[in-house]
Design a protein around this ligand. Structure first.
Ligand SMILES: C[S@@+](CC[C@H](N)C(=O)[O-])C[C@H]1O[C@@H](n2cnc3c(N)ncnc32)[C@H](O)[C@@H]1O
Length: 379
């Protein structure tokens, strides 16, 4: 088989199902199964409907968040600070997931903290401390150090969607992002201290603003670990909830628009059953403009004057495959970065199969010379 047929018949790359951490997944289920008894009688809390412990909310919002935390597969932290813990449903999960950690839950809303306290005692938690404080006050935690700071639904979405500070229904206040970040940075050790900030919105520019503000407060965004938390119903898909994972750094860092774009492309590649694919001139021009590529695997197969070449590269936090022939078929796709090993195995398999069918096959190895992205060919 040569020519167009060979192109058409080339192996379609596919991403295997992401291996979830079964133990931590079970922790989510165990925790959710404890909630009906623990929240009984707590009902709707403090004034507005900031959140409700009803099962729709649990399914749409809480559970996807808890699953995302579980999938991070974190090294158990010794100490955790939850800024703006609200009714404590999230904080208590951290306390259950990391029983050896000391968890400190803070909120400025006293009524919320009563709920958190009730929940914690019904769940039998002994590793949780609850404090009523304004987390945006400078020097509030002086002398304290934590391994992990978490803040969920705390800051942005209300401000960015037209609600000024102090508006009606905002009696508990919406802190300024910069204040919360200053507090977080203050209590985290540079190097290993981690921030998990989770907010939701519908604009990519919000994500850029948010991550840039985090970076400039003295954090390194860990783009490979950041994730999008998919809502469980399609009706809600206008909203995107993002979990930004950042490490405290010695100095402020910056975020480029391309960091955000490649993160979003990765997220798309992960959530779409149909890969986003570019073909023809568009594929070629985009491939040529992609910055410094890091070779994962490339092979070139020739037979009877027909050449099929398939490339797989890391480009920043993106994984990109680019296939082409000397007949000018070209196709570029984005893949989740974690799938590199599986995709490489598929391409290796195809190269071997073509070799077995009498094709002349070259594989390319990364070259150590600086500007050669794909250099040494081996048979
Ligand atoms: C939308 S709720 C989120 C609660 C919880 N993190 C969750 O995900 O379920 C936001 C919470 O942040 C609290 N909050 C707002 N500003 C705060 C501040 N400056 N200090 C402490 N808590 C604050 C509010 O009182 C409210 O309970």
């Amino acid at each position: 088989v040569i020519g167009y047929e060979a192109w058409e018949r080339r192996a379609r790359l596919w991403v295997p199902t992401l291996q979830r951490n079964v133990t931590t997944r079970l922790d989510v289920l165990r925790y959710l199964s404890m909630l009906p008894d623990a929240v009984r009688g707590l009902g709707h809390r403090y004034g507005d409907s900031l959140f409700r412990a009803d099962w729709g909310w649990v399914k749409m919002s809480l559970r996807p968040y808890l699953s995302a935390v579980a999938d991070l597969d974190l090294t158990p932290p010794r100490s955790i600070l939850d800024l703006g813990c609200g009714d404590g449903l999230v904080t208590c999960f951290y306390a259950v997931l990391f029983p050896t950690a000391e968890v400190v839950a803070v909120d400025q809303c006293g009524v919320c903290l009563i709920t958190t306290q009730t929940l914690a005692s019904r769940l039998g938690l002994r590793n949780l401390r609850i404090l009523q404080v304004d987390a945006s006050q400078e020097g509030m935690f002086s002398g304290w150090q934590f391994d992990l700071v978490v803040a969920r639904s705390l800051v942005l979405h209300r401000l960015l969607h037209g609600e000024p500070r102090g508006s009606e229904g905002d009696e508990y206040g919406v802190p300024l992002l910069t204040d919360i970040l200053r507090t977080s940075r203050h209590v985290l050790r540079p190097g290993d201290g981690m921030l998990i900030s989770t907010e939701r919105w519908d604009r990519a520019t919000d994500l850029w603003y948010w991550t840039s503000t985090i970076a400039s407060a003295g954090f390194d965004i860990d783009w490979v670990t950041c994730r999008s938390i998919a809502p469980t119903t399609r009706a809600l898909s206008r909203w995107r909830s993002f979990m930004v994972v950042a490490r405290a750094s010695e100095t402020p860092t910056t975020v480029q628009p391309s960091d955000v774009l490649s993160f979003l492309a990765n997220v798309e590649a992960l959530s779409q059953s149909q890969r986003p694919i570019l073909t023809g001139y568009t594929a070629e021009s985009l491939f040529r403009t992609l910055g410094r590529r890091e070779l994962v695997f490339v092979f070139e197969a020739t037979r009877a004057g027909f050449m099929l070449r398939r490339e797989l590269h890391h480009v920043g936090t993106l994984l990109v495959s680019y296939d082409y022939t000397n007949w000018h078929e070209r196709e570029l796709s984005f893949w989740p970065r974690w799938a590199a090993e599986a995709l490489e195995a598929q391409l290796r398999g195809e190269a071997d199969a073509l070799h077995g069918h009498g094709w002349d096959v070259l594989r390319f190895l990364p070259d150590t010379r600086p500007d050669d992205q794909v250099a040494t060919a081996v048979r």
